[in-house]
Design a protein around this ligand. Structure first.
Ligand SMILES: [Zn+2]
Ligand SMILES: [Zn+2]
Length: 104
């Protein structure tokens, strides 16, 4: 299969490590959000380790994605990036965009 690549932008808001407290409040898990490469998110909790879904997920990742990640991606949006002082920014949250290549 031959892949072609398209240029695009991703909003990196929320990318990085987030500390999430377990539902009983006793433990803290580290959720790693990766938006600009491969879209693979990880968590240090047991539910993630034993997750049978592909990609693996857990409620901590879901929570971070819902509450802290913007998630704007040019490929899936009809909204155009906005330009501020010559810098391309996210139309949803004004974070500086990261340019990526999409396999299409
Ligand atoms: Zn988790
Ligand atoms: Zn954004």
């Amino acid at each position: 299969m031959k892949l072609t690549w398209a240029d695009g932008w991703v909003c990196p808001k929320g990318e990085g490590t987030h500390k999430v407290t377990s539902s009983d409040g006793k433990r803290q898990y580290l959720v790693e959000i990766c938006l600009t490469e491969f879209d693979i998110h990880t968590c240090t909790c047991p539910a993630y380790m034993f997750s049978k879904t592909d990609p693996k997920t857990c409620k901590h990742i879901d929570k971070v994605l819902e509450e802290e990640v913007c998630g704007w991606v040019s490929l899936y949006s009809s909204r155009q990036p906005v330009k501020k002082n010559g810098i391309l920014c996210c139309p949803q949250c004004s974070t500086e965009l990261v340019s990526v290549k999409f396999a299409v």
